[in-house]
Design a protein around this ligand. Structure first.
Ligand code: G4P
Length: 560
């Protein structure tokens, strides 16, 4: 959403202009995108550990398995070893060059079934770290999430992880990045020692050898030494010479860092790490603070630019409930785009125009919460028990603003939800309504199916598991789910809805926002219908890689 493009219309600055701009300049708000198992949770812990925000890394490998990490909390997540819910972590960091920053790290679910959730989080960041497993290279979910970043013009820093394990050649991996995704890799560090025999990295800008030392279990930050070329040769021998040679090859190939190319999403700085051993983590923090963009103004829904020092505004990118059995409440996460947030101030909720009281603002750090009194552009505010807030909402102060809404993804899985306990009718309705508002699943209805049997629609089937789990544990209304034989959804005009509904292997249901969706059993059926009935125009929804939707109106105008 952040856009550096100059716009002639801008909103006037607020008071404290200098302070707001200075605080915004210190912020680095980013997310890590990766395929599951590439090491996102391990890297998150390592980053936090290196910034001295926690005393010991959570990824301790013991007999009892992995300890709870700072970013995972739901029972289901622990059981499956995946991250479903998103957390925001904030910590201060002072770079090697002495720059004081505040890092906001937004956690994204790695599993493809939750890509809609990840997309929402990516609306709130200024940069992304693309984490790649050195043994596997670019994997499907990484590619999908990369497409979302490209679509949203989010600059990407690439981290090649697990270099302590045997894997592919570094040059092969950087070639894959340029060939498959068209980003020019510009390595900032280059590994000394092949994958599996990792001594340290060549810092390609300073020419120094950064040598790492292992610590027991990787539980504490790895000590590092910086050696000049002669000492490096003495210390690492042929491995150092090879790294220098390969780095020269990269330079000859034009693969040196270029800040503007990175900010323009044409190039990606590359770093090599072992998150499990805490190797290369300081370098990543330094690159984030030196190179990643700070918040710099945002275009609103009308294309008007709101600078960071304009009056307060924030965008709700996620609503989350039932995160912790000790806190059965619901938190809306809002990213600050402009101005200063002061707890207790009364804001305006753009969608309803109603006042919104911010007494219950919190910062959330893994499972811990603290009252949040002040926040600046780039920060994330957790607003507890804000039943009115939904993903895509804007909050503002003084000068009205609305940021562009978050589009809904095209669901590919559909199940009828039924209340299995007749005494829990009210809880059933309330639970379904809340899951819909939070965007856990989309809820579709039709007169034919009735209110007792709403259809849940999802991008991936694990969303149903989350919905069923929360209905039973949080709302006390266990449900049964009956899978429906549809795979494709299209927007249909109300005038055509009854006709499409009569087709074999098709059905029309209405989303909560009033948009009728035509469901087809598969894309072959859909194509057959479109061939037989070209007069019925169907609009597409956002695909799972974040490609834009084409509303019916655009289709009619011949733009699809
Ligand atoms: P994710 O959040 O991206 O899904 O990945 P996560 O951090 O959970 O890491 C997935 C696995 O990869 C974990 O092992 C983790 O220890 C391992 N891992 C992460 N970074 C590195 C690294 O730099 N080097 C090596 N060698 N391994 C790494 P696991 O098999 O799930 O658990 P465990 O049995 O090792 O505890």
């Amino acid at each position: 959403m952040t856009d550096n493009a100059a716009n002639s219309r801008t909103v006037a600055p607020t008071q404290h202009t200098g302070r707001v701009a200075a605080e915004a300049a210190r912020r680095r708000t980013f997310a890590v995108i990766s395929h599951p198992d590439a090491g996102k949770s391990t890297l998150t812990e390592a980053l936090v550990l290196h910034a001295r925000a926690i005393a010991e890394a959570g990824a301790v490998h013991g007999k009892a398995g992995r300890r709870a990490t700072v970013s995972d909390w739901m029972e289901m997540e622990k059981a499956r070893g995946i991250s479903i819910t998103s957390t925001a972590l904030q910590f201060p960091y002072r770079s090697a060059a002495g720059r004081d920053c505040v890092i906001n790290l937004l956690d994204t679910p790695g599993h493809a079934d939750f890509s809609e959730d990840t997309y929402r989080v990516l609306t709130a960041v200024d940069a992304a770290v693309m984490l790649i497993d050195a043994g596997k290279g670019l994997e499907p979910q990484t590619l999908k999430l990369f497409q979302v970043c490209r679509h949203r013009r989010i600059p990407i820093i690439t981290v090649i992880n697990k270099w302590d394990r045997p894997g592919r050649h570094a040059l092969e991996l950087t070639d894959e990045i340029s060939e498959r995704i068209g980003l020019r890799p510009t390595p900032l560090t280059w590994p000394v020692g092949i994958a599996g025999d990792f001594h340290g990295v060549l810092d390609r800008r300073s020419g120094q050898f950064i040598r790492f030392t292992r610590t027991a279990g990787g539980a504490t930050a790895a000590p590092e030494e910086h050696l000049g070329a002669d000492d490096a040769h003495a210390a690492a021998g042929a491995d150092w010479d090879t790294a220098v040679e390969e780095s020269e090859l990269l330079s000859a190939d034009g693969a040196d860092h270029h800040l503007q190319a990175f900010l323009d999403c044409a190039a990606t700085p590359v770093l090599f790490t072992s998150a499990a051993l805490n190797f290369g983590v300081n370098q990543l923090l330094d690159v984030l603070t030196e190179l990643a963009p700070s918040p710099s103004g945002t275009l609103d829904a009308d294309g008007v630019r709101r600078d960071v020092d304009a009056p307060f505004s924030a965008f709700v990118f996620k609503v989350q409930a039932g995160m912790n059995t000790a806190h059965r409440d619901r938190i809306a996460y809002a990213r600050v785009y402009s101005g200063t947030f002061q707890r207790g101030e009364v804001l305006t909720h753009a969608r309803t125009g109603k006042p919104f009281v911010t007494k219950y603002a919190q910062s959330v750090f893994g499972q811990q919460r603290a009252t949040l009194d002040t926040a600046w552009p780039g920060d994330v505010i957790g607003l507890a028990n804000a039943a009115v807030l939904r993903p895509g909402d804007t909050l503002y102060c003084e000068v009205p603003v609305s940021y562009p809404p978050i589009p809904s993804f095209s669901p590919e899985h559909f199940s009828v939800a039924r209340n299995t306990d007749p005494g829990k009718h009210k809880q059933f309705r309330r639970g379904i309504e809340q899951l819909d508002q939070e965007g856990v699943v989309q809820v579709l209805r039709s007169d034919r199916r009735g209110d007792q049997a709403p259809v849940l629609a999802a991008v991936g089937p694990m969303q149903f598991e989350v919905a069923a789990h929360r209905m039973a544990t949080e709302f006390g209304a266990p449900i049964s789910l009956e899978s429906l034989p549809y795979q494709v959804a299209r927007i249909v005009e109300p005038a055509d809805a009854a006709f499409v509904d009569k087709q074999p292997m098709a059905e029309v249901l209405t989303r909560t926002d009033g948009v009728p969706l035509a469901l087809f059993s598969n894309s072959w059926r859909l194509q057959g219908f479109q061939r037989d009935h070209p007069e019925v125009v169907l609009g597409s929804l956002v695909a799972a890689d974040g490609e834009s939707a084409h509303p019916v109106g655009a289709a009619r105008a011949g733009r699809v």
